[in-house]
Design a protein. Structure first.
Length: 269
């Protein structure tokens, strides 16, 4: 049932768009209906309405795909994030140096959203398609961003969103979170050590805005087997260096506060 105050048809149409966005090869109407828990006739009516507005389209095999108008709307959101285009050369350089996938993410509603990436050319690689979301405390990028906040702001974040470990290696207490934050501040980069997906590691560093606050984060993600501790340390230095150079390219303010004084957190969204 739709939430109070929502419009049911809008909720259902958006659900279909979200389902299609996860299907690289498109989806059949019957599969969408089953996944959305809706009657096929309802799904057909919603899809044909979206198709008239070019938010979805069908191919010769009868499979449905996200349409060009959905892309246009998504691009309008991306355009607000003026650091995406400048970040791409740094992502590609990290990808080429490490042979692993390089990512850029932002914090939104207690999660990290991957908004662009340079995908590894390895046959077996770690990828999270742009638009993918990860709990902040299970994400290298999320922990890197949180480490720029004051301790009191981190405590408020935990109170609001919780800790939510995803794998057995995830953080499980506020004390463990603050110990991790202290380590990140000391070494200049964060690590997701198989905390979101078993067998995958991620190394991340923060990019700062002109006020010195976290604007976004860069990361390198790859198979844990290809990222033993010595490579993690090397990747950490590389991603921290790339984040510092991107900060400079964006006119950001590098970290310069006295030890223990971190920039305040932005308002929770």
């Amino acid at each position: 049932m739709a939430d109070h105050g929502s419009v049911q048809s809008v909720e259902r149409a958006l659900t279909l768009l979200e389902l299609l966005a996860r299907q690289e090869d498109g989806a059949r109407l019957s599969d969408l209906a089953a996944e959305a828990g809706l009657a096929a006739s309802t799904v057909h009516r919603l899809l044909t309405t979206l198709e008239r507005r070019r938010y979805v389209q069908t191919d010769a095999a009868g499979r449905w795909h996200v349409g060009r108008q959905s892309f246009a709307v998504g691009q309008a959101y991306s355009a607000r994030r003026s650091f995406i285009a400048p970040a791409m050369p740094f992502l590609r350089q990290l990808r080429d140096q490490t042979r692993e996938t390089a990512n850029l993410g932002i914090l939104e509603e207690g999660e990290v959203v991957t908004i662009c990436q340079a995908e590894s050319r390895e046959i077996t690689r770690a990828t999270a398609a742009p638009g993918g979301r990860t709990p902040v405390l299970s994400s290298g990028m999320g922990k890197a961003i949180l480490a720029t906040w004051e301790d009191e702001a981190i405590a408020r974040f935990i109170d609001r969103f919780g800790i939510r470990p995803v794998t057995p290696r995830g953080l499980t207490s506020a004390k463990a979170v603050m110990q991790e934050i202290a380590t990140i501040r000391a070494r200049g980069y964060a690590v997701d050590d198989e905390e979101f997906v078993p067998g995958l590691r991620c190394v991340a560093a923060v990019v700062r805005d002109p006020n010195g606050d976290a604007a976004c984060a860069l990361s390198i993600s790859g198979l844990a087997a290809r990222m033993p501790p010595d490579r993690v340390e090397d990747f950490g230095r590389r991603v921290a260096g790339a984040a510092a150079r991107l900060t400079e390219a964006l006119g950001g303010q590098p970290e310069g506060q006295p030890e223990g004084q971190q920039p305040s957190a932005p308002a929770f969204r």
